[in-house]
Design a protein around this ligand. Structure first.
Ligand code: BMA
Length: 303
């Protein structure tokens, strides 16, 4: 099985010292539009509130541009802290383009519960850096959830989402992005393996000839604490409930110092991927502290 190859210049983003809102930067979403990779990353501030920052790269590795201010900030009852000194805000953004809009799924966290939230923006405004986001709110009001990825294409005329309700990955469909079908379980942790405790979708599914490629994270409980690794699954092009393949072994695991030691040790956590000339670029957080990238030839990665 092919593994992801880390970029030698990792981490590609570290916190900027005089940005109070960036004590840690991690778990980045990514999208390729108009000749560059747009990276939307989670930044946790000294106040323990998470917001989203923006950077871009022409070659997928080197950062050409980075903004001084966040592009998306928490607001409202689900994103503002109800308890002091607990992590809150907006976390782990995943972005896809459907038609003329960019949709962003993320976790809305109020210090107590985490909900799956959705926002959107016109592609034109996004490219012009006019951050006119529309907040669609919480998708499953009664369920503590996170790690939701939207498929970049409708299937049979419906939007398709893979949300995570602990510890499994589910699927849910919607015609209008407001009303979602009752989530149905599609993937579970596997006993005794690298993904035995809980799993969650990582990057939005990637269209390939063989099926939808899903990069996901798996957590293993060990005596030394939880280890977050990355694996892949392939799902049927027409039926997202049908899992065709799941990698036996992880394709990325915390080995480098920037993945082993940080705010939370032993974590690689992907939220975005792009394909440039048949090569897959996976953007991930290292140890909940920095932003990294790793790549693989897409044909070699597929079973
Ligand atoms: C998960 C989420 C992620 C985080 C990971 C490792 O539960 O909170 O945002 O990267 O834990 O701490």
């Amino acid at each position: 099985m092919v593994k992801l190859k880390r970029f030698k210049g990792n981490p590609i983003l570290k916190p900027i010292k005089n940005h109070d809102w960036e004590k840690y930067v991690y778990n980045p979403g990514a999208i390729f539009l108009e000749d560059k990779v747009h990276i939307i990353y989670r930044a946790m501030g000294k106040d323990r509130i998470s917001r989203f920052g923006y950077a871009s790269s022409k070659d997928g590795f080197h950062i050409d541009e980075r903004l001084d201010e966040p592009i998306y900030v928490p607001s409202g009852e689900f994103e503002e802290p109800v308890v002091k000194f607990r992590n809150s805000g907006v976390e782990d953004p995943r972005v896809v383009k459907i038609g003329k809009k960019i949709y962003m799924t993320y976790a809305a966290v109020n210090g107590r519960v985490s909900y799956i939230a959705l926002a959107s923006i016109d592609v034109k405004d996004f490219l012009n850096k006019k951050w006119k986001w529309k907040k669609h709110g919480i998708l499953f009001p009664d369920c503590d959830g996170r790690n939701a990825v939207l498929f970049p294409k409708k299937i049979k005329n419906r939007f398709v989402l893979y949300p995570r309700f602990k510890p499994d990955i589910f699927v849910s469909y919607s015609k209008d992005l407001k009303n979602w079908t009752k989530p149905k379980r599609v993937m579970k942790p596997r006993k005794g393996r690298w993904d035995d405790l809980k799993i969650g979708a990582g990057t939005p599914p990637i269209l390939t000839e063989k099926g939808w490629l899903l990069i996901y994270h798996g957590v293993q409980a060990t005596r030394k604490g939880n280890i977050y690794r990355v694996g892949l699954a392939l799902t049927d092009l027409e039926n997202p409930e049908k899992i065709l393949f799941r990698s036996e072994k992880p394709i990325l695991e915390p080995i480098k110092k920037y993945e082993r030691i940080g705010q939370v040790n032993n974590v690689v956590f992907p939220c975005g991927a792009v394909v440039l000339e048949e090569k897959l670029y996976v953007y991930y957080g290292g140890a909940d502290s920095v932003v990294c990238v790793a790549t693989a030839d897409i044909s070699k990665l597929l079973p």
